[in-house]
Design a binder for this molecule. Structure first.
Ligand code: CAA
Length: 381
């Protein structure tokens, strides 16, 4: 596979790189401390087309593809992983299924607001009793006339603090034995009576992105808000996560690039035993391993994105990219702290944030154990 970028792709990548360096990086520590991303950042990203990358131009989007989305996410995450995941959920977990499965009316109603970042999107699958076993979810959406009535509790909803629109997965079939075959995807606006945004989680990393609990109590949603066919929501959830996992792999690549950049700079500046650190073989080998794994992860990620754009099977490849990249960033963020020594452990040096931000890539959008399960099932089927 050839990753020679076209002129347009180079321009998109360079635009994201400039924005990341000039605007985002100087404010990332502030977002981490405040536990929130300043809204003007998302507006500026929308002006650059980054908040509607997959949406057709007719709905205000950039009309681009997953490959370009991945290129941009790698740059944004290099500067700020909290902004990176906000963008990822907004594009891949909210807009991608809306574009693929939404009715014309749903697209017209929601996409223009989302692409302009007037509204932020969130994806709500996990529950206190069903994380990795997503098909065991218990929230219900019972049909009553021209509405669905939602009841239940969701948790770990990324973007939930600020989201205006949620894609919620709930049981629409009364027979729970149907498991994955009785679930639907429903679009729920934040202001719908009966929807309550609950506890905000205090997290180890990606602290600028909000993660909340949601509860639904007799929450009536118009029946026309079902996304795709009734009881087909689990497949929508999985198809959506195939794209989201490429986004998280891109996040891990961006974070690892940040670790490499910081470590090279420090290895050149810091002197011990009358030499820069970079003259010690112990440090050189860490940098060489880091850069080699980074290249491999970048290619795995971009090749999965290409497959998705070509409409080819990519479930296994998306899981491979996420598994490899998440493992890589955790090993190398730890090494980046090690290269920095004592200063790597304190807030003033950014590798401390990269180290904290890295961990989540092994957990959300399917843990590394789940990615291995997906890969192995494909190998053995
Ligand atoms: N695309 C389309 N359809 C798919 C699919 C895919 N990638 N994967 C599975 N399906 C279909 C299957 O073909 C099957 O269809 P049939 O019933 O017609 O045969 C159906 O879905 C059920 O599939 P499985 O039998 O494989 O389902 P399972 O119960 O064994 O679960 C799983 C599979 C892969 C373990 C799944 O539960 C899973 O991915 N778990 C992890 C959940 C997860 O990633 N959660 C993330 C939460 S969201 C988040 O993290 C966002 C955030 O904060 C940023």
């Amino acid at each position: 596979m050839n990753f020679e970028l076209s002129d347009e792709e180079k321009l998109i990548q360079q635009t994201a790189r400039d924005f990341a360096d000039r605007v985002l990086a100087p404010r990332a520590d502030e977002f981490d401390r405040a536990g929130d991303i300043a809204r003007d950042i998302l507006t500026q990203m929308a002006e650059l087309g980054f908040m509607g990358m997959l949406a057709p131009e007719a709905y205000g989007g950039s009309g681009l593809n997953n490959f370009c989305l991945s290129l941009v996410q790698m740059e944004i995450n290099r500067a700020c992983a909290s902004t990176g995941v906000t963008m990822s959920v907004h594009n891949s977990l909210m807009q991608s299924p809306l574009i693929a499965f939404g009715t014309e009316a749903q697209k017209r109603r929601y996409l223009p607001k989302l692409t302009r970042a007037e509204w932020i999107g969130a994806y709500s699958l996990s529950e206190p009793g069903s994380g990795s076993d997503a098909g065991a979810l218990a929230a219900t959406a019972s049909r009553e006339g021209d509405a669905y009535v939602l009841n239940g509790t969701k948790n770990f909803v990324t973007n939930g603090g600020t989201a205006d629109l949620f894609i919620v997965f709930a049981r629409t079939h009364p027979d729970r034995e149907l498991k994955t075959k009785g679930i639907s995807a429903i679009l729920v606006e934040r202001t719908t009576p009966g929807l309550r945004v609950g506890k905000h989680e205090s997290k180890l990393g990606i602290r600028g992105s909000t993660t909340v609990e949601l509860s639904f109590q007799d929450c009536r949603v118009p029946a026309e808000n079902v996304l795709g066919e009734e009881n087909q929501g689990f497949k929508i959830a999985m198809h959506t996560l195939d794209g989201g996992r490429i986004g998280i792999a891109s996040q891990a690549v961006g974070l690892t690039q940040a670790c490499l950049d910081a470590s090279i700079k420090y290895a050149k500046e810091r002197r011990q035993f009358d030499r820069p650190l970079g003259e010690f073989q112990a440090i050189q080998w860490k940098l060489a391993n880091l850069a080699t794994d980074l290249q491999a992860a970048r290619w795995l990620t971009l090749s999965a994105a290409r497959l998705r754009d070509q409409g080819q099977p990519h479930t296994m490849e998306a899981s491979m990219a996420k598994l490899f990249a998440a493992d890589m960033v955790n090993r190398h963020a730890s090494e980046a702290v090690q290269i920095h020594g004592g200063v790597g452990y304190v807030r003033e040096f950014r590798v401390e944030r990269y180290f904290r931000d890295a961990k989540i890539t092994e957990i959300y959008e399917g843990t590394s154990e789940i990615q291995r399960m997906v890969i192995a099932r494909h190998l053995l089927k």
